[in-house]
Write a protein that binds this ligand. Structure first.
Ligand code: NI
Ligand code: MN
Length: 227
């Protein structure tokens, strides 16, 4: 599985011949101007919650990829469904097998409203099982004991993708505890530096993880890692 950082909390997952875009916020992100939204291929678009900084480019990507399937909570899938976008609705605790792997929609402690003010359901995260690996995309969230349910019910996480920018989500110290909760020593950090309130001292964050015996991956925009 290849994971490409597209800036902020946006990611591209390539799993065998399937491409999954997560939380696309690219055209509004000055730090992601090297990424051309129109060049993105998508078989699936996964949305953790309804905030603008997670859904901005969904319509553009769906227009360019008319067969793409949107996966999110019921409220978000219904809202995009009214715009003619195909979706598969889920809700907390539900798991579904797709042709690239299995997705479980899990709790996040945050809020969720769509760009026009429509209620965006409860925010979530995704646990993806594919190619023998477990990847946990936490979405925007605080540290929560619910994370301990993931290794108990699914298995130890191979890679956790956590927000680390603080202010609106966990900061890196809590993200380090979250990594312990899910039995993972490798964290890909996201949701930092995009806006002034979430500016991050990257060196301090990396050093902190190292002091806890963990690895914090901070890929450049457009950079990929393989697990
Ligand atoms: Ni948010
Ligand atoms: Mn956000």
């Amino acid at each position: 599985m290849q994971i490409t950082f597209l800036g902020h909390a946006s990611l591209q997952l390539d799993i065998s011949d399937r491409t999954i875009i997560i939380d696309p916020f690219i055209s509004g992100n000055e730090l992601a101007k090297s990424i051309d939204v129109d060049s993105l291929k998508a078989d699936y678009v996964l949305l953790t919650h309804g905030h603008q900084d997670h859904v901005l480019d969904v319509e553009q990507i769906a227009k360019n990829n008319p067969d793409a399937i949107l996966v999110s909570n019921f409220e978000i899938v219904s809202w995009f469904g009214e715009k003619g976008i195909n979706g598969h609705p889920m809700n907390h605790g539900g798991q579904k097998a797709f042709d690239f792997g299995t997705v479980k929609y899990v709790n996040a402690i945050h809020s969720s409203v769509l760009p026009d003010g429509t209620y965006g359901g409860n925010p979530g995260g995704f646990v993806i099982q594919a190619e023998g690996k477990i990847v946990y995309i936490a979405g925007d969230t605080a540290l929560t004991y619910d994370m301990k349910l993931i290794p108990e019910t699914i298995g130890k996480v191979d890679l956790a993708i956590f927000p680390i920018g603080d202010n609106f989500t966990m900061g890196y110290e809590d993200a380090s505890v979250a990594a312990d909760f899910v039995g993972c020593r490798r964290v890909l950090g996201c949701h930092y530096d995009t806006f002034p309130p979430i500016a991050l001292d990257k060196r301090a964050a990396s050093n902190y993880f190292e002091s806890k015996g963990k690895e914090l991956l901070l890929p450049d925009v457009g950079e990929s890692i393989t697990i």
